[in-house]
Design a protein around this ligand. Structure first.
Ligand code: ADP
Ligand code: MG
Length: 206
C-alpha cells in the first residue's frame, strides 16, 4: 500500500462513517450521550478535507495528519483516542512510501498501545479495544499461518465482528457507558462498532 491507496481508503472510511452516522449515534444513545456518529463523521469529514491538501510520498505523514485532524475536531473521547491511534501508526510508518502487511500489523499494534495508554484502558471494559485487540491477534496469527494478505484482513474483520458481539455481554467500566453500569449489558459498544466498520472498508480495499 502506498500513499495514494491509503488516501483512497481513508476517504472510503470517511464516506462509510458518514453513511453510518445515524446508526453509530443510535448505539451511543442507551449507554452514552448520542454523539458517537456525529463525532466520528465530523472528524472524518475534516480528515477528508485535510487529505486533499496533503502532498507527500510518506505513508506515515498521511496517518499522522489523519490523527491530528481527529484530535482537533472531535470533542468526545473517541477523537483523542482514535487520533492518538492514527498518530502512533503514523510514527511507526514514518518515512515509508509503501506499507507491507507486517509493517501494518506493527503500526496497528502501536496504535492500540496508544489507545491503552491514553484511555488507561484494556480489553474487557466494553470499548473499541474489544474489537481492536482480537482483530490484531487474529491477523498476526493468520499472517504467520498463511502469509496471505486477503485471508489476514478477513480474519481481522471476523475477529472484530466477534468482539462487537462480545461487548454486548459485558458491563462498561470505561468512558461514559460506565455511568449506566449493569444497564450497559445487552448493548453493543459504539466505538467497537465504528472500528469494525473501518477495518471492513480496509479489508475490502487490500
Ligand atoms: P464520548 O464517550 O466522549 O461521548 P464518543 O461517544 O464519541 O465519545 O465515543 C465513545 C466510545 O469511545 C465508546 O464506545 C468506547 O468504544 C470508546 N471509549 C471511551 N472511553 C474509552 C477508553 N478509556 N478507552 C478506550 N475506548 C474508550
Ligand atoms: Mg458519546
Amino acid at each position: 500500500m502506498n500513499t495514494v491507496k491509503i488516501v483512497e481508503v481513508l476517504k472510503k472510511i470517511a464516506a462509510k462513517i458518514e453513511e453510518e452516522k445515524e446508526f453509530l449515534t443510535e448505539l451511543d444513545s442507551p449507554i452514552g450521550d448520542s454523539d458517537h456518529g456525529i463525532n466520528m463523521a465530523r472528524g472524518f469529514a475534516m480528515v477528508s478535507q485535510k487529505l486533499d491538501a496533503v502532498n507527500t510520498e510518506d505513508t506515515g505523514d498521511i496517518l499522522r495528519n489523519t490523527g491530528m485532524a481527529l484530535v482537533s475536531t472531535v470533542g468526545g473521547s473517541s477523537g483523542p483516542l482514535y487520533g492518538t491511534a492514527f498518530m502512533k501508526m503514523g510514527m511507526a510508518l514514518k518515512g515509508k512510501a509503501e506499507v507491507s502487511v507486517p509493517e501494518f500489523l506493527q503500526a496497528f499494534e502501536a496504535g492500540i498501545e496508544g489507545i491503552k495508554a491514553r484511555g488507561k484502558s484494556t480489553t474487557g471494559e466494553k470499548t473499541m479495544l474489544d474489537a481492536m485487540v482480537p482483530a490484531l491477534d487474529a491477523m498476526k496469527a493468520e499472517w504467520e499461518n498463511s502469509g496471505d494478505k486477503g485471508k489476514t484482513f478477513a480474519a481481522g474483520v471476523k475477529a472484530a465482528q466477534k468482539g462487537v458481539e462480545y461487548t454486548k455481554t459485558i458491563i462498561a467500566t470505561k468512558g461514559r457507558a460506565s455511568y449506566v453500569g449493569e444497564r450497559s449489558i445487552g448493548h453493543q459498544d459504539p466505538g467497537a462498532t465504528s472500528f469494525t466498520m473501518m477495518l471492513e472498508v480496509l479489508a475490502e480495499e487490500v
